[in-house]
Design a protein around this ligand. Structure first.
Ligand code: COA
Length: 435
């Protein structure tokens, strides 16, 4: 840091409680960082100083760590608008205590322009570089966009936040209040891969060719897919989520990005979640760039990658290919995330393909996830026109280009055998097929 930045740094450095008292007023629209870099000390300070506030709106996606703003004492003080439910917010949503706000991931920055007019952005950043720029580190997505639109920017400057390049920086002069912290980022153990996930992954991997660019979500199926790609070379990554699996393949030399048509030789992401080793690996790693979500997840940007393969999951799919990926009936479970962004982007990609991959059943084989009609009240996350390939442990089928009746037959072929007779009866009746 030069002398100038040291001066700026000293001027803006405050305690978390001071930042909250000076930066926030009743009625404000707050946008709070999320995932593995939730700004927990500042949120705790809002809780501590709650007597000073009323009618605060708080927006975030999945909030990991202690959710101080969701405690019962905060009712009437904070109104949470959540775009992706998690273990903390799911039970509260069921009780009507938090609002679910639907929006495609790539459209969140635009949401902050008018519809959710952010006043105060609160997130975590790294320490500044020589020129006084801090990095949003592992969570750029909507955070950078929020800081660009807010009147007040409050950050936790974390000694342990990796410095990651790309369009991922904020200058110290744009920060109003900085709170120094030195705490480990939240870590996620690798998902448990069972036989079902292994089978699904094998089917997904059968579509992947040398030189393809991949988008993979988080969880057991994407991790299992990566394990099945050990014979592939020159793979590229353009994704919303960077995980440990990608780190291992980068290290082994299978991911080079050499054939990428957009940002060749770079792994492109908007956030990262995984182990402490992953976060260390990302620090000042020139192979990896982090961009705002309205770049990474814009279908038109995604489509500039030739041979883009997107692999995501859903909760239920009806026999025509409509996918419910975020709710079980009327019960909101997670969020839309970037699923539709990548389904659409892969369609725009020359040679692009998308796969929705999921186990054929839920709840110990008592429920089929391929169903005649979606559960009552389910919202369609991905409409049937968006769907390309679908995989379960029983195989992979391509729905795009098939009639409704042909789609139903294809989906029955990958449903759990126990539910096929029921589905066949429904299809016969629906499409007037004689016995
Ligand atoms: N009926 C009833 N319950 C069902 C069900 C069904 N048809 N399908 C799944 N469930 C239950 C499971 O039993 C599980 O319950 P549990 O938590 O009590 O064990 C729960 O719902 C989650 O199912 P699971 O298959 O384990 O979910 P997952 O962790 O693999 O996540 C999605 C799958 C679809 C929920 C997740 O991928 C998602 O939220 N997608 C939307 C966002 C997205 O795709 N973003 C882009 C990638 S980052």
């Amino acid at each position: 840091m030069t002398q100038d930045w040291q001066t700026l740094f000293q001027e803006r450095k405050v305690s978390a409680n001071e930042a909250v008292q000076r930066g926030i007023k009743s009625g404000d629209y707050l946008v709070v960082g999320h995932a593995a870099s939730t700004p927990g000390d500042i949120v705790k300070a809002i809780y501590d100083e709650r007597a000073s506030f009323s009618d605060l709106k708080v927006f975030h996606m999945l909030y990991l760590g202690e959710p101080w703003h969701l405690k019962p004492e905060m009712e009437g003080i904070v109104k949470p608008y959540i775009n992706f439910l998690d273990g903390n917010s799911r039970p509260l949503y069921k009780e009507g205590k938090v609002e679910y706000l639907p929006c495609h991931f790539h459209e969140l920055p635009k949401l902050f322009d008018e519809d959710y007019p952010v006043n105060v952005a609160i997130c975590q950043v790294s320490y500044p570089n020589e020129e006084g720029y801090c990095s949003f580190g592992i969570t750029n997505d909507y955070c950078k966009a929020a800081t660009e639109r807010a009147d007040v920017v409050i950050v936790e400057m974390n000694k342990q936040m990796p410095f990651i390049g790309g369009d991922n920086l904020i200058h110290l002069s744009k920060i109003d209040y900085l709170v120094e912290v030195d705490k480990p980022l939240l870590v996620f153990p690798p998902a448990k891969i069972g036989e079902t996930e292994r089978q699904i992954a094998k089917h997904c991997a059968s579509l992947v060719k040398d030189g393809d660019t991949l988008q993979l979500g988080i969880g057991a199926i994407p991790d299992a897919v990566l394990h099945c790609l050990e014979d592939k070379k020159d793979l590229g990554i353009h994704t919303e989520m960077f995980t440990d699996g990608v780190m291992h393949m980068l290290r082994s030399g299978q991911i080079t990005g050499a054939k990428k048509t957009l940002l060749p030789n770079k792994v492109v992401t908007t956030l990262a979640m995984g182990s402490a080793e992953l976060y260390e690996f990302l620090n000042n790693n020139d192979d990896v760039v982090c961009y705002p979500v309205d770049f990474t997840n814009d279908p038109y940007v995604i489509g500039q990658n030739d041979n883009l393969i997107s692999i995501n999951s859903c909760i239920e799919m009806d026999i025509t290919g409509q996918a419910a990926s975020e709710a079980i009936g009327t019960r909101q479970f997670s969020g839309t995330g970037g699923q539709v962004d990548f389904l659409r982007g892969s369609k725009r990609s020359k040679g692009g393909r998308s796969i929705l991959a999921f186990p054929s059943t839920a709840k110990d084989d008592t429920i089929s996830r391929i169903v005649p009609v979606l559960s009552e009240g389910s919202n369609v996350t991905a409409g049937r026109n968006e769907i390309d390939y679908v995989a379960t442990e029983y195989g992979i089928v391509r729905l795009h280009g098939l009639s409704l009746r042909e789609r139903a037959e294809a989906l029955i072929s990958i449903a759990h055998p126990k539910f096929r007779p029921m589905l066949e009866q429904v299809v016969k009746k629906r499409f007037h097929i004689a016995d």
